[in-house]
Ligand binder design. Structure first.
Ligand code: SAM
Length: 247
């Protein structure tokens, strides 16, 4: 898993370096998109309770274009293993302090945050469940978590395991979705990661039926599309939860 995580990070960096070149001159489009997404997520959290301007907000895996950069407020911080690279590539990164660290080992005291965001990160990382337990640790009791991860048909879990096995044997063939992720979670597996943690789930949803419907509407361009019709891929699992008091 460590080797897969390292390779996924190398690939993420190469991808974002290409993207940084493509973004130049089109920053406004990207900013508009980030603003829209951050304010949608903020509104979902504000439906649970008001978010104060001085709320301590952490984004784990803040990435190149995370939620934190336009979330608003005066106490935002982002953590990402590639944070220093992203800071040098994308102008909006300077809006918020970012720290180069792994979500599995967050450099904060227990209960340091009122809100933690983690959007499309854990299946790129070495130890997804450790990231969730670190989020629970650094959230103050009563604090809010916004969490998403992609979920897939079980087929991709087995295909990803086969891919990892042949890569470990030194076979050079690399298939993009498997090389960019450390795991392909099913919906029950993603739910299971939250089960033992001190979170009260406020809302959860998944887009599996939407993805299935959409792939049925589109004309397949190649074998990959036909496969996606049979076995859905990249549906979203989204959770809003409150950190419970320690027992
Ligand atoms: C698909 S990107 C999403 C980034 C951001 N949340 C966004 O939506 O733009 C996944 C991010 O996870 C980061 N990542 C990979 N391993 C991680 C880890 N162990 N802890 C925290 N972030 C990690 C990658 O560097 C990358 O920025």
């Amino acid at each position: 898993m460590a080797r897969r995580a390292e390779r996924a990070l190398e690939r993420q960096l190469a991808y974002q370096q290409q993207k940084a070149a493509a973004v130049r001159g089109r920053e406004d489009e990207y900013v508009a998109r980030m603003l829209r997404k951050s304010s949608e997520v903020r509104a979902k959290l504000e439906a649970v309770r008001p978010v104060q301007d001085d709320a301590r907000v952490l984004e784990v895996g803040s990435g190149a274009h995370g939620l934190i950069f336009y979330f608003g407020g005066s106490n935002g911080v982002g953590v990402d293993p590639l944070a220093d690279h992203y800071a040098a590539m994308f102008p909006w990164q300077k809006r918020v302090k970012t720290i180069a660290a792994a979500g599995e080992d967050l450099p904060f005291e227990d209960g340091s945050f009122d809100i933690v965001l983690c959007d499309n990160v854990i299946d790129h990382a070495h130890n997804p469940s450790k990231i969730l337990s670190e989020i629970a640790r650094v959230l103050a009791p009563g604090g809010l978590m916004y969490f998403t991860v992609n979920v897939h048909h079980p087929f991709y879990h087995y295909a990803a395991s086969a891919h990892a096995a042949w890569r470990a044997l030194g076979v050079p063939l690399e298939i993009t979705p498997f090389a960019d992720h450390t795991v392909h979670l099913t919906l029950p597996a993603a739910r299971g990661l939250l089960r033992e943690l001190p979170f009260a789930i406020i809302s959860q949803r998944d887009t599996i039926q939407d993805v299935r419907r959409q792939s049925g509407l589109e004309k397949p361009r190649h074998a990959g599309d036909r496969l996606k019709r049979l076995f859905f891929k990249n549906a979203l699992f989204e959770v809003i939860a409150v950190r419970q008091d320690n027992p």
